[in-house]
Write a protein that binds this ligand. Structure first.
Ligand SMILES: [Zn+2]
Length: 128
């Protein structure tokens, strides 16, 4: 990976995408055909699956691809799962809470954040 300061690909990353989809929460990449489905770690929705995607995976590949060092053909295919609710404002908020919960060491504080998260999800994911 290049550390040439003239290249600043991070500044060009679409932030709204990075914000809505968070790997390990609402966005997952796995080896092809290893998972029939995945559930969103935020709202428990069944994720939308795209099979055998060839796209940059992670920051290093993204930078290499952006700078022409990595062609489509050299990218390893993978299956991508994305939460169908990820673009909703409430989901972004819920995801932020889930991330916050996971950074806390205190079980008491985690329970408080979990309660907020449960309340938020209950408002928006009423099962009909
Ligand atoms: Zn979700």
């Amino acid at each position: 990976m290049s550390h040439d300061p003239r290249h600043t690909p991070l500044a060009q990353t679409p932030t709204e995408h990075a914000y809505a989809y968070r790997r390990g929460y609402s966005y997952f990449t796995v080896a092809p055909d290893t998972h029939s489905h995945m559930r969103c770690k935020v709202c428990d929705a069944d994720c939308f699956a795209e099979r055998n995607v060839r796209a940059p995976r992670g920051m290093a590949e993204s930078v290499a691809h952006h700078n022409g060092l990595l062609s489509e053909a050299n990218l390893r295919p993978f299956d991508r799962f994305t939460c169908p609710n990820a673009e909703h404002p409430w989901h972004k908020e819920a995801q932020a809470l889930a991330i916050e919960r996971d950074t806390l060491h205190s079980p008491g504080l985690r329970a408080v954040v979990q309660t907020d998260l449960d309340n938020l999800l209950r408002e928006h994911t009423k099962s009909s």
